[in-house]
Ligand binder design. Structure first.
Ligand SMILES: NC(=O)c1ccc[n+]([C@@H]2O[C@H](COP(=O)([O-])OP(=O)(O)OC[C@H]3O[C@@H](n4cnc5c(N)ncnc54)[C@H](O)[C@@H]3O)[C@@H](O)[C@H]2O)c1
Length: 255
């Protein structure tokens, strides 16, 4: 069990599926109660958290909406009375060439992937400051360090998360709050498996196979490959690590 997790409360956005669900399961197994903030149905995640013997609370939330995030934060406060850990995981990754990208597409993606990180952090930092302890971890992406096409808005949002993480860490260090990010590689989640493969690949399985060949570890990444990093970064053991973005991608991107 990671140091300092027992009876903490974590808010995980996008925890109904994929990486967020894997993080909810892992943290619950380590003694953390979980608030799930997602627009989708979260029954499967609730079951996993309850199987681990922890409290699972769901607040339906559109993380790009200030009103919806404010309502979710009020729900969490009412139910748990606190939030010690915030994991900003909700995100979308529609593939779209720059020629086809409209300002509305850009705004929508930045709203869900980046504005959400500002809104959720703003909602929970005051309580963390009051208690003198907090952990914020947001999901960046290895695409920031890769040659990829069709993702100008997405890569911009994920690079924005790195800047946000660095800047906020500087302000919150004196308050016992760390702010970090993780940059996963292409990972087998429902979201990634259901999108169209990039040009040149017939199926998503082909794309996963090809990406793996550029990794030091030559197999497709799965959500559990990231759970240990979340556990560590949100623990007491990582109290002196802040402002960082960790590449957890099988050794593909080096930075
Ligand atoms: N899977 C990958 O290959 C990969 C790689 C790098 C980074 N990431 C990032 O990790 C995060 C999780 O990705 P995933 O693969 O688990 O995706 P996923 O599609 O499997 O799950 C994403 C979850 O976010 C929720 N969500 C979407 N829009 C929302 C909104 N407006 N408000 C609240 N919830 C919303 C969805 O309902 C879903 O439950 C994303 O930020 C993604 O960009 C994923």
């Amino acid at each position: 069990m990671a140091k300092g997790h027992k009876d903490k409360v974590a808010v995980i956005t996008g925890a109904a599926n994929g990486l967020g669900q894997a993080f909810a399961k892992r943290l619950a197994e380590e003694g953390v109660h979980i608030a799930i903030a997602d627009i989708g149905a979260a029954d499967a995640t609730v079951k996993l958290v309850q199987q681990a013997g922890r409290d699972a609370f769901v607040s339906k939330c559109d993380v790009s909406s200030p009103d919806s995030v404010a309502a979710m934060a009020a729900d969490v406060q009412k139910h748990f009375g606190r939030a010690d850990i915030l994991i900003n995981c909700a995100g979308i990754f529609p593939q779209q060439s720059f020629d086809d990208m409209t300002y509305a597409d850009w705004k929508r993606l930045l709203g869900i992937n980046l504005d959400s990180v500002f809104l959720c952090s703003s909602a929970f930092v005051p309580g963390m400051k009051k208690r003198g302890w907090g952990r914020i971890v947001s999901m960046s992406s290895s695409t920031v360090g890769s040659v990829v096409t069709g993702f100008v808005h997405y890569v911009s949002s994920k690079a924005g998360i790195i800047g946000f993480t660095r800047a906020l860490a500087s302000e919150l260090g004196p308050h016992g709050i760390t702010v970090n990010a993780i940059a996963p590689g292409l990972t087998k989640t429902p979201g990634a498996m259901s999108r169209a493969p990039r040009p040149g690949f017939a199926t998503m399985d082909d794309e996963f196979e090809s990406v793996a060949q550029f990794q030091a570890i030559k197999r497709a990444e799965v959500p559990d490959d990231l759970a240990g990093t979340i556990s560590y970064l949100t623990s007491d053991d990582a109290a002196f690590i802040t402002g960082q973005t960790l590449n957890v991608d099988g050794g593909r991107v080096r930075s």
